[in-house]
Design a binder for this molecule. Structure first.
Ligand SMILES: [Zn+2]
Ligand SMILES: [Zn+2]
Length: 330
């Protein structure tokens, strides 16, 4: 799989439904930068080595690793690679604590998610199941450390043509890369051609702060990328994106349709997140954490738009009610 000048894609297998993850080698001068790593499995490591060999490189030649975001399919191999090649790791500041495998951070996340699932209306058993689905990913994750923090507008060191864009929503630490001279993007999981990206619910970086409304942020970041001129975007999964304005417009409309459906269901009496979620996705119990994110993201957005209001009932479960007609929000 190859791409544009100075960008070489390598498909890496993962053990998950999403299938392969695409990592990219940037090589437009002296510096060799690997964008994302694949998960920590022997199969992924072998595929990466084979992909590098196709362009005459070995793991030892990697100077830098840039992570688009902390998800394990993108960052899992970081520890093993750094041990082998000594590369510096570049990522958003928020990535650091999420790839450290720090027990205190994990404990904080567990409390956050179990509380969240309870207020969403899941049973304790389902809440634990959803949390365990998230925690299981850690098995495919090395212990990483970010050496250089990147932010919106930075240039990628060693690849000055590439600009860093902050594109939160799918994850709060998500970065995309943009090369203006020939209109190329590296998108991670921000926009994927064949599937819509989930705006995953996450705890706030500072637990004393409110939880970020990830779908709201995601929609803003989608619009930001839609407004930029580019002709091809290399993605974390599947084929490259072309015709991005149309695709992003479709993603925004699909979210609006889902939101409208949720409003209808609340009106019909499904007033908790869990009831809405299980009605919309009756066959996805094996992906509880994902469908909770999908549902809660839309509920957050509808609350922000003033369409729904929330109230805690006696049991601590959040109840939604319709307070305003929904107008198309984009
Ligand atoms: Zn991801
Ligand atoms: Zn991914």
């Amino acid at each position: 799989m190859t791409a544009t000048k100075g960008v070489h894609g390598i498909a890496i297998p993962t053990p998950w439904l999403v299938g392969d993850v695409n990592v990219y080698v940037l090589q437009d001068g002296e510096t060799v930068t690997l964008v994302d790593t694949g998960p920590q499995t022997p199969e992924a490591e072998a595929a990466l080595s084979a992909g590098l060999a196709e362009i005459g490189l070995t793991v030892g030649d990697i100077d830098q690793i840039l992570l688009t975001h902390f998800h394990v399919d993108h960052s899992g191999l970081v520890e093993r690679l750094v041990k082998q090649c000594g590369a510096k790791v570049f990522a958003h500041p928020g990535t650091e604590r999420l790839i450290q495998k720090n027990q205190a951070v994990e404990a904080e996340r567990k409390t956050f998610f179990l509380d969240l699932y309870r207020s969403f209306g899941l049973s304790d058993e389902d809440g634990l199941l959803a949390y365990e689905q998230l925690a299981d990913y850690q098995d495919y994750m090395g212990q990483g450390h970010v050496d250089v923090m990147l932010a919106e507008g930075d240039r990628v060191p060693g690849h000055e043509a590439w600009e860093v864009l902050y594109t939160p929503g799918h994850s709060m630490d998500h970065l995309s890369l943009y090369r203006a001279e020939d209109g190329v993007m590296i998108l991670g999981d921000h926009v994927i051609k064949h599937i819509s990206s989930n705006a995953m619910i996450e705890p706030p970086a500072d637990i004393s702060q409110p939880r970020p409304r990830t779908l709201v942020l995601y929609r803003e970041a989608l619009r930001k990328v839609a407004a930029i001129d580019w002709h091809i975007g290399y993605t974390g999964h599947g084929e490259p994106v072309t015709g991005h304005r149309e695709l992003i417009e479709k993603r925004l409309r699909d979210q609006e349709r889902r939101a409208a459906r949720i409003v209808e269901m609340v009106r019909e009496g499904r007033t908790t997140g869990a009831r809405l979620c299980l009605a919309m996705f009756p066959h996805h119990r094996n992906q509880l954490s994902l469908i909770v994110s999908e549902t809660l993201g839309h509920l957050d957005w509808l609350v922000e738009e003033g369409v729904l209001a929330v109230e805690d009932d006696q049991s601590g479960i959040v109840q939604y009610r319709v307070v305003k007609e929904m107008v198309t929000c984009s």
